[in-house]
Design a binder for this molecule. Sequence first.
Ligand code: FES
Length: 149
Amino acid sequence: MTRYEFLKNLGLTGSALFAVTCLGGLQACGNSSEEDPQPTPNANQVILDLTQAANANLRNVGGSVILTDRRIVVARVAQDRVVAVTQVCSHQQNPNVSFNANANEFQCSVHGARFNTQGQGLNANGSNGLRVFTSTLDVAGNRVTISLV
Ligand code: FES
């Protein structure tokens, strides 16, 4: 059992595990030949593996996926950027927001609310904006991380 595995078995995850292993000097960080800890999702995060078929749309600019269980729409708006917004429209709280790649904006199918990729409303029904979640795209790692807090 490696030190990393031992610490992980103690229940340490994510940044706590990183802090103990890297900052505590127990493991060389950066170019370690020892296996690097994989990011561990927690209750405040969603991590999408872009190698999975369900997330394949996010491999290309203009693609999007809807996480129906979380009611989140994730769109690949640029080669190096994704945007994650709530699927629940701010107009009358219907979960009908989706991404329109041709217009490069989020739209609600119920009454036509429109939102830009910063979540700002583009018409009267969208005037309350959309909640935008902090998200990162790791192109090399084929991974999207969405913070829910
Ligand atoms: S509920 Fe979305 S536009 Fe009315």
